[in-house]
Ligand binder design. Structure first.
Ligand SMILES: O=P(O)(O)OC[C@H]1O[C@H](OP(=O)(O)OP(=O)(O)O)[C@H](O)[C@@H]1O
Ligand SMILES: Nc1nc2[nH]cnc2c(=O)[nH]1
Length: 184
């Protein structure tokens, strides 16, 4: 199957959300974030969870209208596979989190292990407030740990998805729509 010129999709891949639908969900999430942080004086520290959070963060940035500072963390569990393993912390934030109002940006809340570790790290660093915003949320039955996102752009069923910043075996993050393999 061919998604758009230049992107060869794997055999059997199905589109879950097309590019227009993704943009509508992202716009709604940006509006919710703008409402949440309306009128703040001190800049929010936005922490992008690399790699998957990069695309969502990029889509959001131009739509956010409150003062913010940008930093990132790099956490990895899936490492070019479709199964989560032990969490590896690759990069810590370069800025101090102490006393900061944080906005964590990730692509997906699935088993929740990544988000929970990050939220706990922020708590231990004495952040004032932590808001977790995810582009996609799988059903609560997928969670191995108890963690909640405050902002969710879109709820999806339990499929391994790719595109919109998310990889399939390390590739296809640059697809502008969201796909899945029914048998994966
Ligand atoms: O809720 P969980 O089951 O913990 O999964 C969510 C995490 O998994 C993915 O990261 P991955 O380890 O694949 O790294 P990547 O962002 O580089 O793709 C994704 O970007 C989330 O950070
Ligand atoms: N690409 C991708 N990464 C994930 N990490 C956790 N769940 C997923 C998923 O469904 N797709």
């Amino acid at each position: 199957m061919q998604a758009e010129a230049g992107w060869a999709l794997p055999e059997g891949a199905l589109c879950l959300l097309d590019a227009d639908a993704m943009q509508r969900h992202i716009e709604a999430a940006a509006q919710a974030l703008n409402a949440r942080f309306a009128g703040i004086q001190e800049p929010v520290l936005m922490l992008v969870v690399m790699n998957g959070g990069l695309w969502f963060a990029g889509q959001l940035l131009g739509r956010l209208h409150f003062p913010l500072e940008l930093d990132y963390v790099h956490l990895s569990r899936y490492r070019d596979t479709t199964r989560g393993r032990e969490l590896e912390w690759r990069t810590l934030p370069s800025k101090s989190l102490t006393g900061r109002r944080l906005l964590l940006i990730d692509d997906i809340l699935d088993q929740g292990v990544t988000a929970q570790a990050l939220v706990e790290h922020c708590r231990l660093q004495a952040a004032t407030e932590t808001t977790l915003a995810v582009m996609l949320e799988k059903p609560a039955s997928c969670r191995l740990v108890n963690v909640q996102a405050q902002i969710v752009a879109c709820q999806i069923p339990d499929h391994y998805v790719f595109g919109c910043g998310m990889d399939l075996n390390g590739l296809l993050r640059n697809l502008p729509a969201l796909y899945y393999l029914p048998e994966a």
